[in-house]
Design a binder for this molecule. Sequence first.
Ligand code: HEM
Length: 360
Amino acid sequence: MLNPIAAVTCDDPYDYYASLANAPCLVWHDSMWVAASPALVMEVMAHPACRVRPLFEPVPSAIANGSAGEVFGALVRMNDGERHALPKAALRRSLGRVTFDEVDATATRIARELAGMAPMTAAHLSRWMMEVPVRTVGSLLGFNEVKLPLLAMWMQRFVACLSPLSSTEQVESAHSASLELLAAFRILLGAPRRASLLEKVVQEAQTVGWNSDHAILANLVGLLSQTYEATAGLIGNSIVAIQRGVPWPNDAASLVREVARSDPPVQNTRRFVVEEANIGGVHVKKGQVILLLLAAASRDPRAGGLVFGFGHGVHACPGQALAEAIAIAAVKSLRDVPRIQWRYRPSVNARIPEFFEEMA
Ligand code: HEM
């Protein structure tokens, strides 16, 4: 029997999601409300009582006592109100100044280099798709090429603490990776590479009046962490689409954008209700959680072309164009992918395939 969390990593959740999206109001499921139709997802996203973190736990208690928790607490993604508005404006403006051609050139170079390092087995493909996005954004930010493998390794350790499924060892390792990442960004901030994304972030922070050094540093780490798994998932799900028989892309851009709509890497997100209110046709109490099924909303015929896999409203993803450009370059650069199988990595919100060799 499927439930909204198990659906994220099951083979085909989409009939199930469609049945949930038919509900005219929020539906109670286990311990939380679920919104699945485009109208309900938009209503919750826009409701002032719905926040990105619970009031009593701005940082998950499992990571609160360490560097990863400090970074988490300063991320635009994890704040509402004042701590969100200025940083968000600066990030949106700086990311908006990165051109498609610049991303395409960087991602294509990195994708080709990494692909050429070993025969394209299933295991190499899984590693490759995880590495290309984070190395690309690291390079765009202005890191030296020799630093990129290290950045990718720290980021792998950093994001491993962000799931409710994380172990104590993963949390400890994330704190030390976070310190490494902050130190690396501090050095780079001392001498930003000209015309780099990092320089743009600094310039736009000044323009909008965002002047918290700590928050800027944390959100630079945040750019890499937001890139890491989600963009790998977009590449991976595009490869899955090809394996499922979607013709080999003459037009990688259409394939990637269709996958972002129909089989997105971020399947759901949450909102935390901070005061009782009528939301989505039901009475919601303070402290309750609403799960937003972005992947269900995007596929609903009533979505009218709106893609929800990058969020919606004030917290909408400012990295969508960058993520799509990286995935397009990666898919274009792939040649001769063998027949492979996949399973999805354990997760409560991300749909990221892991490839393995087809059994004889
Ligand atoms: C395929 C790749 C990506 C996907 C599917 C994705 C998805 C999302 C989603 C769903 C949200 C909104 C979460 C919510 O409202 O609860 C979000 C927010 C965000 N994303 Fe992405 N993202 C991707 C790549 C990126 C990249 C490459 C960057 C930047 C380098 C980025 C930066 C951000 C930031 C800063 C936020 C927070 C925005 C805010 O809270 O106002 N993302 N992303």
